[in-house]
Design a binder for this molecule. Structure first.
Ligand SMILES: NC(=O)c1ccc[n+]([C@@H]2O[C@H](COP(=O)([O-])OP(=O)(O)OC[C@H]3O[C@@H](n4cnc5c(N)ncnc54)[C@H](OP(=O)(O)O)[C@@H]3O)[C@@H](O)[C@H]2O)c1
Length: 335
């Protein structure tokens, strides 16, 4: 079968190749899935560079998310029930950028046939993160401001639309002027353009506070880190909370403990995998139903920037990090 592989961590466009490897065989409790599509997410690119929490065991195949058809069960009730079904594949060890992958049957979710292959392939990671951070963890009230960085990302645009849907206001930080109009068209309440350069923190924090009013920023989510994320921390008002959920700049957050002490604000790490591991079956079923509805209503849908075959992997990963390409880049598999 065809699979995307890398032999050592590095720049994705330089280290990835598409080649033939043996088809994997599912063990008891696992299923064999014929992959239809898999998105190129920042976590995949960090994994390939060796910068992700999980280190690759090379030669390795990337791909944490995607959609496919269960072709075979290695044994077990769940696997038998899922045979022939179209499922979302949450591959916690990577491996979805291949014609076939093997995962524990607990890591697949049957998906509504009403969703396109592209929306099914991007069904869980970003939509669930947008919902859970704003509605389950921060519980942003109607009318309140939520500050977010990397607001023009796929996940950021979902949060903008979710703000409109749920009634909270979004204060969006982007790094390019052209992104401001795009976000306003989606319903962003305010857009700040900042390149996140060293030294810009105090001025940005003061602008954020002036927009959110006397109580300062109460709710924030940061995917960038570095000076941008640090500015958001400085802007937090009394009991304000920021979730740190990404490291797009690759730079650390810097702040004096006094910044938090003085107003009783807090910075918390958020990782969807950890959150979901703490949830029961009822919550998970309810979340899948809710995400399906919100994707169908175009609130948590993903804009697609283009599709590529595994043979075009270099072009695909280059496009995924090209600021001129708007939307999520997707690998499509067919046999
Ligand atoms: N913790 C979790 O559980 C969790 C779950 C899902 C996603 N995430 C994180 O959420 C973030 C967004 O994911 P996504 O799939 O929505 O990404 P995406 O669609 O691929 O978009 C990436 C965005 O990041 C922006 N960006 C890249 N480097 C930047 C920097 N140094 N400073 C400011 N902006 C920068 C890009 O801006 P340009 O358009 O200007 O290039 C682009 O808009 C990622 O960090 C991802 O890892 C975390």
């Amino acid at each position: 079968m065809k699979a995307v592989r890398f032999n050592s961590p590095g720049n994705p466009a330089a280290v990835l190749t598409a080649g033939d490897i043996p088809q994997p065989v599912p063990a008891h409790g696992q299923v064999l899935v014929r992959m239809l599509a898999s998105p190129i997410n920042p976590s995949d690119l960090m994994f390939i560079r060796g910068q992700y929490t999980l280190q690759p065991e090379c030669p390795a195949t990337p791909g944490f998310e995607g959609v496919g058809i269960v072709e075979q069960s290695g044994g077990g009730l769940r696997g038998r029930l899922f045979r022939g079904k179209r499922v979302v594949v949450l591959n916690s060890r990577g491996g979805n950028w291949a014609e076939y992958t093997v995962v524990p049957s607990a890591q697949v979710i049957p998906i509504s046939s009403a969703l396109s292959v592209e929306q099914a392939a991007t069904f869980f990671v970003n939509p669930a993160t947008a919902w859970v951070m704003t509605q389950e963890v921060l519980k942003v009230p109607q009318g309140a401001w939520l500050v977010q960085t990397a607001a023009a990302s796929s996940l950021g645009t979902m949060i903008v639309r979710l703000g409109r849907h749920c009634g909270f206001r979004t204060l969006n930080i982007v790094r390019r002027e052209t992104q401001a109009a795009q976000l306003q068209a989606l319903g962003a309440d305010h857009v700040e353009v900042s390149d996140g350069s060293e030294g810009s923190e105090a001025a940005l924090a003061s602008r954020l506070r002036s927009i959110c009013g006397a109580s300062g920023v109460q709710f924030a989510v940061d995917a960038v880190g570095g000076p941008l994320g640090s500015a958001v921390i400085q802007s937090l008002g009394p009991a304000g909370r920021m979730l740190a959920f990404g490291t797009l700049s690759g730079l650390p957050l810097k702040f004096s403990p006094r910044t938090l002490m003085t107003v009783g604000s807090s910075v918390e790490g958020f990782w969807l995998g950890n959150f979901m591991a703490r949830q029961g079956l009822l919550f998970k079923l309810g979340l899948v139903r809710r995400l399906t509805n919100l994707i169908q209503q175009n609130v948590l849908s993903t804009e697609i920037g283009g599709t590529w075959t595994p043979q075009d992997i270099q072009a695909a990963v280059t496009a995924a990090e090209d600021s001129q390409v708007h939307g999520k880049c997707m690998l499509r598999f067919s046999r």
